[in-house]
Every structure is written in C-alpha cells, then in structure tokens.
Design a protein around this ligand. Sequence first.
Ligand SMILES: NC(=O)c1ccc[n+]([C@@H]2O[C@H](COP(=O)([O-])OP(=O)(O)OC[C@H]3O[C@@H](n4cnc5c(N)ncnc54)[C@H](O)[C@@H]3O)[C@@H](O)[C@H]2O)c1
Length: 403
Amino acid sequence: MKKRIGIIGFGEMGKRHALEFRESTMGEIAIAGVVEPNDEMYENGCAWNKCDIPRYGSVEELLEKGAPDGILITSPNFTHLANLKKLDSFHGPILVEKPLDTSPEKISDIVRFVKQHKGPVMVDHCMRYSPIIRKARELIEKGAIGKVCSFQFTQRDGAGMYHNFRRTRAGGGGFMVEKATHDLDVMLFFTDARPESVMMVSAQHAVGGDKPDDLTCSECAERGRCRYAKESYVMKGLKVNDVAKLNELCVFAKCVDVPDNETCTIRLSNGIFGTYSHSYFVPVPGHSRIYEILGTEGAMYLTLSREGSYEGEIKIYPFNRELTTETLSFKYDGKIHYYAGPFLARHFLSLMKGETTPFTTVPQAFTAEMLGFAAIRSSMEGSRWVELSEIVPRDLADSIVGK
Ligand SMILES: NC(=O)c1ccc[n+]([C@@H]2O[C@H](COP(=O)([O-])OP(=O)(O)OC[C@H]3O[C@@H](n4cnc5c(N)ncnc54)[C@H](O)[C@@H]3O)[C@@H](O)[C@H]2O)c1
C-alpha cells in the first residue's frame, strides 16, 4: 500500500522533495497534503509537481484531514522548532530540514523534544546519502589513507543566499550553521571523531550596507548595474536545478548580519585537526566544495562539483614509490545534493514501513551545529579558542556524538 507524506513549508525544498519522493519510489510515496502560507509558492509547487496537491491551513488540519504516514518539515530554519512541537501527537517518521533551527537554545529544545518523542525523527543531512560521500567514507574505513590526521574543507559560492531569510542570523542561524552543518557533519562522518574546540575569523567583505530592509531587486533603481542582482536559479551552462533563491531581497540591506567569509581551525578527538573555510561573494566554478583529507598512508581529495560539468571526483594519492593515483568519477544526473535525493526518499519510505531507524540523526546534526555555534562565538569574542563544552547545555552532553 502507498505511504502518504505531509509537507510543512511547500517552498523550494518542499516541492523538490515532493517530486523526488514520488519519482524515486516509483509512486510508492504519495502526497497527503501540504501546509503552505504563501499562495504563489503553493501554486508554484503544484506546477513543479504537475498535479494538484491538497492544501491545509494548519499543521493540526493536515494531521486530522490528510492523515499522513510521515511528515517533512521544510519551512524556513527559524520555524522548525515551532512546527516540530505541533507534531507531539504524531508518531510516524518526521524529517526535519537542516539546520535544526537558528540558535543554540532552540536547537537544544529540539533535541529535548526528540528525546521524549515516541516516533522516529531524522534530519536531512542529505550529503550522507550521496554516493560520492558514501564511497569516500568506505575507502577511509577500509584504510585507503591510513590513520586520518588532518583535513582541509572549503566551500565557495556567490551571494545568492543573501536574497532570502538566510541573510540574517535570526532567519538562518548564520552560514556556519545554515551551510556548514553539511560540511561539519561530513567531516565527522569521515573521521568518526568528536569535536573538541574551534577558533574562527569572520568578515563581511561584500554584503550588508544601508539599503532598506524591504528593498527587492525588481524595485531597485540600481538593478541593471548591480552585479549581485538576483540571478536565475539555473546554474549557467550546467543545466542543474539548484535550490532557487526564493526572494530577491537586497544583499546590501541594513539587517544583513551574516558574515560572507569565514575560516576556522578545528580540533577533534584522536588528535585530528583541520580547517574549514567558506565564502559567499565570489562564485568559483568547480569549487562548490573541495575536501582534502590527509592520512598516514596517503591523501584523498574530493571535488564535489568539477568545473564545467556537474560531476564529482575522488582522487586518492596512496603513499607509494610509484606515485600512482586513483580517480573515481560520479555523475549526478542533474539532481541536486550530489545525487542524494533518491537514496533519501527510499530511506524515508523504509522508515514509514517500519523497516529501519534514522540514518541521519538529530544528535549528529546537534553535534555539527554546536560546533558551528562554537565557531561563531569564537569569532565574536576576538577569535579565541572555544571549547564545545562552553556551548552544549549540561543535560545534552550525551547528545554529542563521536568517539
Ligand atoms: N538539505 C539541504 O541541503 C537543503 C537545501 C535547501 C534548503 N534546505 C532547508 O529547507 C528549508 C526550506 O528552505 P527553502 O530553500 O525551501 O526555503 P523557501 O523559502 O523556498 O521555502 C520555505 C517555505 O515555507 C513557507 N513557510 C514560511 N513560514 C512557514 C511556517 N511557519 N509553516 C509552514 N510553512 C512556512 C514559505 O512560504 C516557503 O514557501 C530550510 O530549513 C533550508 O535550510 C535544505
């Protein structure tokens, strides 16, 4: 029998999940209904899915009239805790989009909620489902580079994310949480380690300014000559449907308080250390994400999106006298998140059938996001080293994962 999902927040992610979950389970998942406050977004989502989808005015109504088997929370970051709390009486599987919410306090409340909740709750740390990431983890586990010693992860993108709710800490949580939750989680997935402390430098090099907070690109007299004016979501020349930038809010508005350039040094357990850097003002083709991992027996490089093609690559440089290297290539078939979607959808179907437990858990997300908040505190307090224990509430110390 088909399983039916309800979607809270039918925007870019909600509409994409709806289509992916139906397509990659060969129709075994159907949409019970959505809660979407914005008419245009609702209509856009139905058009994207090429079908009419029931719409409900509240989460309570979705539960009562739609009777879903599973729920996806794909509303903006700052609404996740409030929406999750409305699901207290729902015991089917719940997927919460990353990040869990926008502040250490709200995220801690999510962890407390999930600890006492009866149904399974998973987080969309979609990168863990991507074949390139799973292959890299498998190679590291098998000892392809020996004992992991250090890492260098970088992420480069343009300023597109500053056109929407992500441009303020209150709306998105800051990019060390909103974006880096994926990268920090992958770093912990590769190393199996536990974060200990972090030190970070941040700057706002390009975004922010004195434009009105409600100014949008289409209403702006400078639109024609502004190189940050909203672009199409179709990545130029690559025909990849990436997450659309919903709004076209001005990136130079007064309220913009999220740094666009950050670098941190991180200490993990087992003597592992490394750096994570990201920037959001100069798009660098082929550099959506590049990960380097060094081990006692070699090095591994992951280029998650090669220049000129939407494909990924793992290069392994084993410690040998012949200086041989091995290269593995990964095609993504035009799907976002490095082809993670189909695997995520099928995992959620298994959860709804009661066949498995969450692969991407709330404690994993909590660990990555607390590391992100520790980094933010470091940069706000003169780039001092911040221990994770300064950020994590005592009652949740056991929710930090890693050996
Ligand atoms: N896993 C990933 O890699 C990934 C990628 C992109 C986005 N996301 C996450 O998905 C979530 C949504 O992002 P998006 O890009 O789709 O944003 P979006 O703005 O396109 O969509 C959010 C939708 O939620 C609706 N909404 C607003 N308040 C709501 C509320 N209180 N209850 C229900 N709906 C509400 C909005 O009208 C909008 O249509 C965010 O948490 C984001 O971080 C995750």
